[in-house]
Design a protein. Structure first.
Length: 157
């Protein structure tokens, strides 16, 4: 497995590494031991940027699939959601913790400002069958995906 982007948090001793397959590996680094904490299948495209909020323990990943994935590492439940606002590969992320703003940049030539103080819903996972797809306890026929639209702010030159 080839890792193409890494992030290390000195305080928590967590290391994160994104790869070309769209997965994130989370490691715990102690003085003499490195242990695997989790492996997240986060994206359908190569991960090219990671950002970390050590206070809320949120991991942000940007990908060639044009999305940003937000994963709640501290909650321990695997809760996460997607941010969609780019029309091409996401190649840069920067989190301004005091302002609770995530900046993302990509090959579409725009910088997007995401208000991370805004309340968002978890990205839903789908279960597939031959006749329909279901979400939670309800059945929604002929649906393929569900995306939560979050309102980004764009910065233009």
């Amino acid at each position: 497995m080839v890792f193409n982007y890494q992030r290390f948090d000195e305080q928590s001793k967590y290391a994160f590494a994104g790869n070309y397959e769209g997965s994130v590996t989370m490691l715990k680094v102690d003085n003499t031991l490195i242990s695997l904490v989790a492996l997240f299948a986060a994206h359908t495209g190569s991960i090219r940027s990671l950002a970390w909020d050590p206070e809320k323990q949120l991991l942000f990943s940007g990908s060639f699939d044009q999305t940003i994935r937000v994963m709640d590492i501290g909650g321990g439940e695997g809760v996460g959601y997607e941010l969609r606002g780019h029309r091409n590969k996401v190649t840069a992320l920067c989190y301004a913790r005091n302002e609770q703003v995530l900046f993302s940049g990509g090959e579409d030539g725009v910088i997007v400002c995401w208000n991370m103080a805004e309340s968002r819903r978890e990205t839903t996972s789908w279960k597939e069958s031959d006749t329909c797809e279901s979400i939670g306890n309800g059945i929604i026929p002929r649906c393929k995906t569900q995306h939560h639209v979050h309102e980004p702010r764009y910065i233009t030159a």
